[in-house]
Every structure is written in C-alpha cells, then in structure tokens.
Design a protein around this ligand. Sequence first.
Ligand SMILES: [Zn+2]
Ligand SMILES: [Zn+2]
Length: 136
Amino acid sequence: MQEEVFALLGDKNLSRTPCRVEMLKILLESGSALPETEIRSKLPQHFDRTTVYRTLRSFLEQDVIHSIPLEGGDVRYAVTRNKERKSSQFHAHFYCESCSSVYCLSRARFEPPEMPEGFVAAGYDVLVNGKCRKCN
Ligand SMILES: [Zn+2]
Ligand SMILES: [Zn+2]
C-alpha cells in the first residue's frame, strides 16, 4: 500500500506530505469511490478542512484522483490507476442502488458515442446502475 502511494505521488513529482499519503491510503484501501466527508472522517483529526480540500483539488488537477458526480450533487473520488490514464482515459462507473457505493469499471469496454455533424465531444460519462457484488 505504502509503495503504491509513493509511486502515485512520484509519478506526478508530488512530495510525500502526510495529508497526501494518508488520503491516498484511504482511497486505495476503500476499493470504492468515496465522498469528501468520508475521506475526512477517516483521516487523523489534525488535518483541517482546508488542507483536505486543497489536497483533493491538487490531486484532481494532477489526475492522481478523479471525481464521479452523482445525482443530487453528491461527488465521489477515486484513485486514477495508471492503466486508466493510458488507455484512452475513459472508464465507466458503477453505482450500487442498494448500498450507494460507486466503483470504477476499469475493464468494461464502451464505444465513444457517435456525434451529429458539427458537434465536438470533449468527453463523456457512463454511470451504470445496479447491484454490486456485495449486495447481489
Ligand atoms: Zn452494494
Ligand atoms: Zn473511476
């Protein structure tokens, strides 16, 4: 876990500040995407809100993590794995309707949507609903 965290930070030339290291550990250990409140509740108490918020922002800017917006303004965060970064940068997400967990579907394949003439797509999101392995 520690090595994976250091590799993620090293890839982006980010220094190993305690908040960065702890936050990535939490996200990697979780296995599913987490809301900011849950990340904060798992962090040691001494990291204040601003530090956590800034760390999240810088991780997003550097593509160390990515955000998954859900209905109703809920946002989840997940580590961007190296393979996801390289392979066309697109992967879908899964939303479990019974436990509300969100997972990255790194291996599912999707074709980019066909655009009508004159439209240029900059990106697209796919959110699959259903029941996760634990709930099914
Ligand atoms: Zn579930
Ligand atoms: Zn993802």
